[in-house]
Design a protein around this ligand. Structure first.
Ligand code: ZN
Length: 238
């Protein structure tokens, strides 16, 4: 009985960590657009696919910790509003969920980004797509803020990326989605959130064959479980 009470005391007094899961884009801002068929009649928008995956990640995380979504509907949320929500819910981690796109229809693979101000050319290219439609205050995200946030978060974000990468690697490999690894990137949503975090690019929506894989409920379920397991592994050690 004593141990039973001790268990409850521990569970209910230990402070649960808070993770804010951020489905990219929304509302008028559709993000990348892909097609499931050659006639281009079956369109898939990044905003919808990212919401599907983000909801699953949140559901998985909620089994072990406290988690919230920046949006649960198809609506426009500015990058600043996403960052403000992180303050409001006192998030310890920020997890932004996106899908990739390339002018080359053969572009493919899964990538994990953490905030860094390193001028990696490949990373810069992707940064632009996710930094579009900056509004108001977001336009003045300055180098000083970015440098400061990088300095405060980079080691934690890298470790979070490594933990998540360990868990997603076997899943994406099994689905024949190329593992493009962990990369530095200058994503304003990560800078504005001012806390350790990741931006996930969970496959290329612009590649019709990859889109058929990543649009599967089964892939999204397994990926969500793996992402949540990686986040939990990070939280257990920090
Ligand atoms: Zn995106």
């Amino acid at each position: 009985m004593k141990y039973f009470l001790l268990f409850f005391f521990f569970v209910f007094t230990s402070e649960a960590k808070v993770v804010l899961v951020d489905p990219g884009h929304g509302g008028d801002e559709s993000g990348a657009v892909g097609h499931l068929d050659t006639k281009k009649t079956r369109r898939v928008f990044e905003k919808d696919l990212s919401l599907r995956l983000a909801k699953k990640v949140k559901e998985e995380l909620s089994k072990t910790t406290t988690s919230y979504l920046t949006r649960s509907l198809d609506r426009l949320v500015t990058l600043q509003e996403r960052a403000d929500l992180a303050d409001m819910v006192k998030a310890d981690l920020f997890l932004s969920i996106h899908f990739n796109s390339s002018p080359n229809p053969k572009g493919h693979g899964f990538e994990l980004y953490y905030l860094d101000n390193n001028s990696n050319a490949a990373a810069k290219k992707v940064e632009n797509a996710e930094n579009l439609n900056l509004k108001g205050e977001e336009l003045v995200v300055n180098q000083i803020l970015v440098d400061l946030v990088v300095q405060q978060t980079v080691s934690h974000s890298k470790e979070l990326a490594r933990k998540v990468h360990e868990k997603i690697r076997p899943i994406v490999t099994r689905y024949k989605v190329v593992d493009r690894g962990i990369k530095p990137g200058l994503f304003y949503v990560l800078a504005l959130s001012k806390r350790p975090g990741l931006l996930v690019e969970a496959g290329f929506i612009s590649n019709p064959s990859e889109l058929r894989t990543i649009n599967q409920e089964k892939y999204l379920n397994e990926l969500a479980r793996a992402i949540a397991a990686g986040v939990q592994a990070y939280l257990d050690h920090n």
